[in-house]
Design a protein around this ligand. Structure first.
Ligand code: DGJ
Length: 730
């Protein structure tokens, strides 16, 4: 029974596996946040919500609304204009010019399972017994505006999800200025805040700073979640590490402009909120209409960051990703981008395909350059028909040849973009995102198509559908290579211009939904100039995402480690490359570089036909090895052992759900000489089980976890290792 309503105390206890989240309606009708943390089965409001005793808390007694200061109340969905001086979750303007909203409790409903979010990606249930959802309705008496707060408690997955829906029951249009998805006030301070910062080629670096009074926020106004900040934020206790300490984590299921903030108030409460970025946003809500906010996934861990990540991983693998490939082992691919760039010719591609087949590749992906007159990145985005100069007989001879070699064929698109030098742009110059009579900034020589317009989405959807119907494509890489600037739409009236970015996102999701449903046998992989849109929103439509254009293994160790804070390895595209990031004689050997790429969805991003025989043999062996461990990497539990953000070393391991097998990776970012030997303490094994290590030695799980495994190295440069463990037969 995950949601318990206690009528006497007007309190709901949302119980997930190890977690409680408790909400209460106080005597004045305000919705208070009582507690979030380790499971409490019989809570008492008075004990948990002790805000009345706070010093200097004048006027906060729950007797008279006139003297009551909301600033002292830990709240669930604070609105602007009343007596809470912290950052609100909600702000709107009414016809009389006021922007004051006071939300009070109206009613509640508990249902089994979870409803889909209209038009937005969200976690889901397969069976209604997996979760319960609580809807609490609060409203502003003066205007009649209503907010329905929705909370889902996933019992087994140990997760709470939240969103808010704004219903305009006021009888008049209102302008929403800010409608975040959630807000929570914790009666505690002294946290560290952890985020994933990045930029192009350096995505998702872990940053951790202590919270102080005042506000800390991360956001995107790029039109996408972007490279700079991933839509993830966690608060941790000071002592929290991979195995210990409390962590409160928030992951925002949206791919557009977002805001996530954490603040400590003068009354020593910590507020966290997440939602669509209010910057350059507003929404004109006509009477009787609703506005649905995206979902935030909230994870509490009392065993540090490791448990937090595994909780996200399980949920995202099983109840965010969808479709045929969700539970299927992902194919080893080779991608033509770093092999030939725009220099596509059938003969060259066939020679790569031939080697690919020999080394064990399962999927051949034709990247950018096959359409329009795409000889460079100056032209042809928007013209999705085959370039007959490069491929005179179209794609068919190539797809046939690839299939004959026993591989699947994949194709690259960048559906949301247009080059000014394209037939599409010449025909429809106002189909791009722009503001009338202003310059249009070009990034990578391209503009963004105005997907807030249905006819634009419809055109691109039809063009892509034609291609996908014409040849047997089994994989699509959906790229996105610029940010949104001069945000505006030629099709929206002035009072709705600030809706452009969100309308754009809603239609991108709709198009992703259409194409993934129309082609259920195609494996879709998201991409955005590397990992610039690596977020849970995309994962709902595409179960894997290219993690970064930086394929230098040493950089990749950090990128993949940071990404793993929230996202499981099975969602990360990770490729072996030579050029331009890795020289053949780089300190990280070919063997170790393969091992780095093996910690995600392994692929190659190089001209395989140019490898010498020795390297071809090595790559072949590595691919065979990967196939023997990919079930562990893709569906096992991740344990991070050594952080590359703290030293020159990095280590992680994947353990099967039944704990009968595991694979351990250990890397040195810059090779070290005369290493004294390394002791690595494993995690996640069964203490009482005896495991056989790849070299034949046998140890108990207890010994491997508590005493560790000693690895001795000679005087050659130490670059790392990878080994498997299997439960030894009795
Ligand atoms: C950016 C992607 O991240 C690359 O992998 C490649 O697909 C290029 N775009 C192609 O233009």
């Amino acid at each position: 029974m995950p949601i318990i309503f206690d009528e006497k105390q007007m309190m709901w206890n949302l119980i997930a596996k190890d977690t409680s989240y408790i909400i209460h309606v106080n005597a004045l009708g305000y919705l208070a946040h009582v507690y979030w943390g380790k499971k409490i089965t019989e809570p008492s409001v008075r004990n948990l919500l002790n805000h009345g005793a706070r010093p200097g808390n004048y006027g906060s007694e729950e007797k008279s609304d006139q003297y009551y200061l909301l600033d002292s109340l830990p709240q669930e969905y604070p609105s602007y204009g009343d007596s809470d001086f912290r950052s609100p979750a909600f702000e709107s303007y009414y016809r009389d010019g006021s922007s004051l909203t006071t939300l009070k409790y109206k009613s509640f409903e508990i249902i089994k399972g979870k409803k889909p979010l209209h038009g937005l990606p969200a976690t889901y249930v397969e069976d209604s017994s997996e979760a319960q959802t609580l809807f609490i309705t609060v409203s502003d008496e003066k205007t009649g505006l209503t907010v329905v707060l929705s909370y889902t408690a996933y019992e087994e997955y140990d997760v709470i999800t939240r969103n808010a829906r704004i219903d305009n029951n006021s009888g008049e249009p209102i302008r929403i200025q800010r409608a975040l998805s959630m807000s929570v006030d914790m009666d505690e301070t002294g946290f560290d805040v952890i985020t994933l910062h990045g930029t192009y080629c350096r995505e998702r670096s872990i940053e951790r700073v202590p919270m102080q009074h005042g506000e800390f926020s991360i956001s995107s106004a790029l039109g996408s979640s972007g490279h700079y900040s991933n839509p993830f934020l966690a608060l941790s206790t000071k002592n929290a590490d991979e195995e210990t300490g409390r962590v409160y984590a928030f992951s925002f299921v949206y791919s557009g402009n977002f805001l996530m903030s954490a603040s400590v108030s003068q009354r020593n409460m910590t507020r966290v909120s997440a939602g669509i970025n209010p910057l350059d946003f507003s929404w004109l809500l006509e009477a009787g209409e609703s506005f649905q906010t995206p979902e935030t996934v909230m994870v509490f861990s009392d065993q540090g960051l490791g448990k937090m990540s595994r909780t996200f991983h399980r949920l995202y693998r099983k109840r965010l990703c969808r479709g045929k490939y969700r539970d299927a082992e992902r194919p080893v691919l080779t991608n033509t981008w770093e092999a030939v760039y725009f220099g596509i010719d059938t003969e060259k591609l066939l020679s790569i395909a031939e080697t690919a087949q020999k080394v064990g590749i399962e999927l051949f992906v034709l990247d950018d350059g096959w359409f329009g007159s795409r000889d460079d990145d100056m032209r042809s985005l928007g013209d999705w028909y085959v370039d007959r100069k490069k491929l005179p007989q179209g794609l068919k001879p190539l797809t046939d040849a690839v299939q004959e070699k026993g591989m699947q064929f994949g194709l690259w698109f960048e559906p949301e973009m247009v080059n000014p030098d394209s037939d599409l742009y010449r025909e429809h110059p106002d189909w791009c995102i722009h503001v009338q009579d202003r310059k249009k900034t070009l990034i990578r020589n391209q503009l963004m198509l105005d997907f807030s317009r249905d006819e634009v989405c419809g055109n691109i959807t039809s063009q892509i559908t034609e291609i996908l119907k014409s040849v047997p494509v089994r994989y699509v890489k959906w790229d996105y290579n610029r940010y949104m600037t001069q945000t505006g739409s030629a099709a929206l009236p002035p009072e709705r211009q600030r809706e452009t970015a969100h309308r754009y996102m809603l239609n991108v999701y709709r198009m992703m939904d259409t194409l993934t449903a129309r082609f259920p046998d195609i494996l879709f992989e998201g991409c955005a100039a590397g990992g610039g849109r690596f977020d849970p929103g995309i994962l709902y439509y595409m179960p894997q995402i290219w993690a970064s254009d930086n394929t230098n293994a040493a950089s990749r160790i950090r990128i993949q480690y940071g990404t793993s804070l929230v996202y499981p390895a099975v969602t990360m595209g990770a490729h072996l490359s030579y050029h331009p990031w890795c020289e053949k004689n780089s300190l990280m050997s070919l063997d170790m570089r393969c091992k780095v790429a093996m910690s995600g969805n392994f692929g190659c991003e190089l001209d395989l036909s140019l490898l010498d025989e020795e390297d071809k043999e090595l790559v072949k062996k590595q691919i065979a090895y990967y196939k023997s461990i990919r079930h562990l990497v893709q569906f096992g539990d991740l344990y991070r052992l050594v952080s590359p953000f703290e030293s020159n070393h990095a280590s992680w391991m994947f353990v099967s759900e039944d704990k009968m097998e595991a694979v351990v990776f250990y890397f040195v970012l810059i090779g070290e000489y005369s290493m004294p030997g390394i002791r690595v303490k494993l995690q996640g094994l069964d203490g009482r089980t005896t495991y056989r290590v790849e070299n034949g030695e046998v140890y108990t799980g207890e010994e491997l976890m508590y005493s560790g495994l000693q690895i001795d190295y000679g005087s050659s440069p130490f670059l790392g290792f990878c080994f498997q463990l299997h439960a030894a037969e009795e």
